[in-house]
Design a protein around this ligand. Sequence first.
Ligand code: SF4
Ligand code: SF4
Length: 372
Amino acid sequence: MTPAPPPGPPWWMKKPALQTLIDRLRADGYEVLGPRMADGAITLAPLTNLAHLPRGVRDDQQPGRYRLTMADDGGYFDHVVGPHSLKPLVFPPRTTVLEVLRVRDGWEYRTPEPPQPKRAILGVRACDLHALAIQDRVFLGGAYRDPEYAARRAGLFLIAVNCSRSAPTCFCASMNTGPAVRGGADLILTELTDGFLGVAGSDRAAPYLAAVGERPASPEEQAEAAAIPQRAAAQQTRRIDPTTVHDTLMNNLEHRRWADVAKRCLSCANCTMVCPTCFCSTVNDVSDLVGTHTRRQRVWESCFNEEHSHTAGGPVHPTTKSRYRQWLTHKLATWIDQFGTSGCVGCGRCITWCPVGIDITEEVAAMEGGRV
Ligand code: SF4
Ligand code: SF4
């Protein structure tokens, strides 16, 4: 699912005008979230001040490695994607879907109303906009719409930023999901040397752009802005060919590489937790100790957990080999059969946050040699 192209003409704004944007959004009832440093990573967290942004911070990302480095100067958005995507904002890791309370005559059942937070997210990247569009298809596009997802999604105001650099783990250029933002956001910013170029991506962004935009961007500024994500794309060395990967994987279901990767994989589920599109969940009943209040909770689940595929006769995927194969073939092949798009946007998070550095692009490349 490709987000719609942005409609508006470009404006130039001073960097401090971002504070005006944050203030206006907060005055309109939005909680503003953006990139902030916490626990040695760039996380997505509430912010009220421009000084909260990780100015001059860069992320060194490699398979199984993530480190931050700092410079005295530098831009507000020099980093790439951190462990947080938009996923937890629309599909929280833990949600109460039913409450059961003991009352005098028996039990009372309550279905909580889905919360409807108004949230403006600053600094969203192209790959994560594509991931959100994929999740929209999963949670809203079929016969069964998820009411909690719908309520949370409707409250999002998305301020995207074009990436100025790529991490070595990024491969969005090959997946046609970045690094340039092609739509799907309310406002699209590109950080220039001495300001931002801003484009309204939706009608509701127009008043904000009018408040912070100083003047129409010059042709030189537009050219500078266009070159920035192109430069980031040129830095990418990892790739997956989205036109061939489906058949590569499905024609190699018995490839010896599956056993090879199973020896390295810890089946820890990290890759599925950080992935912006993985959507599996399970349901647990949690009762208080005196048995008067029970909550039915929906929590994130992973195909790397043995119980995930447990049926009456036992798990369908009892081995790490079958679990890894299930994950990779769904992500890059059968997701296309199921939803019409790839389940991967090339953000590289699963490579960075895999504790043993398993690289999805390397595993696909190993299959491309054909059957053994
Ligand atoms: S599979 Fe990996 S690279 Fe692809 S979207 Fe998920 S985390 Fe990102
Ligand atoms: S591929 Fe890596 S992150 Fe994913 S389950 Fe295996 S060890 Fe964990």
